[in-house]
Design a protein around this ligand. Structure first.
Ligand code: HEC
Ligand code: HEC
Length: 189
């Protein structure tokens, strides 16, 4: 009797686990090739997307599907994908844990970046711990070279589909400060 009950629980547990696995959206397989299995990218120039705010992800992916943002590969991948699937993808990545960038910390550069970010009030939108909220992306733990490049894109209005709010936020910050900002954010836990 006990054994049978135990067997039933094991079966229920197995069903529950296979259900949880099945909830990973099918498209995520294609994303993993570039953004990493757990949403943390190990490819230079490719951002990590784990732990990004859900609304930021939804906006970015919908605009990419419509062909006004993102890379060509992503536009092709998302072409015709229904809203429900985009929402599922966004929930999936928003719920994954962002792991801080490994690699050594340059203390001087880190402290310089911390000072510039504080003086420039970047945390007023991205939150004081830079994990982002709503349409404001997470900066903490993002890849260093991606952050530096993307700031240049905002500075020179080269970011396709980018929010002009960010170009305004960088106004008055010399681009020689971007490497320190990028180093600081990327090493934040
Ligand atoms: C061939 C590689 C590749 C594939 C596959 C890919 N991406 Fe990307 N993704 C990139 C690159 C490169 C960027 C940086 C583009 C940019 O500057 O906006 C990016 C940017 C992003 C961003 C913006 C992140 C940020 O912080 O600004 C999101 C969100 C994203 N991808 C989600 C996805 C999802 C979801 C999928 C699967 C449907 C996917 N990507 C598939 C390479 C890829
Ligand atoms: C008024 C609000 C606001 C302020 C202040 C602000 N940001 Fe942003 N930031 C945004 C928004 C919104 C986005 C998303 C823009 C988009 O979708 O193109 C963004 C995006 C970014 C990105 C791109 C990250 C990614 O993963 O795509 C970087 C880097 C960034 N901000 C750095 C900074 C820095 C550095 C400061 C301080 C100098 C700052 N931000 C201040 C609103 C703000």
């Amino acid at each position: 009797m006990l054994l049978r009950a135990g067997g039933r629980w094991a079966l229920l547990a197995a069903l529950f686990i296979s259900n949880a696995v099945a909830q990973v959206p099918g498209k995520a397989k294609a994303c993993a090739a570039c953004h990493g299995e757990d949403g943390n990218s190990s490819i230079s120039g490719t951002p990590s997307i784990a732990g990004q705010p859900r609304i930021f992800l939804e906006n970015y992916l919908i605009m990419t599907r419509e062909g006004v943002r993102g890379s060509e590969v992503m536009q092709v991948l998302l072409k015709g994908v229904p809203d429900a699937e985009i929402i599922a993808l966004s929930n999936h990545y928003a719920g994954l844990k962002a792991s801080p960038l490994s690699g050594s910390v340059d203390r001087n550069l880190f402290e310089r970046g911390r000072g510039i970010a504080a003086r420039s009030r970047c945390g007023s939108c991205h939150l004081p711990n830079y994990v982002g909220r709503q349409q404001m992306p997470r900066l903490a733990g993002q890849r260093e070279e991606f952050l530096a490049e993307v700031m240049l894109q905002y500075r020179y209005n080269r970011r396709r589909g980018g929010d002009t709010m960010m170009s305004a936020a960088l106004y008055g910050i010399p681009e020689t400060d971007f490497p320190a900002l990028a180093h600081y954010f990327s090493r934040l836990k």
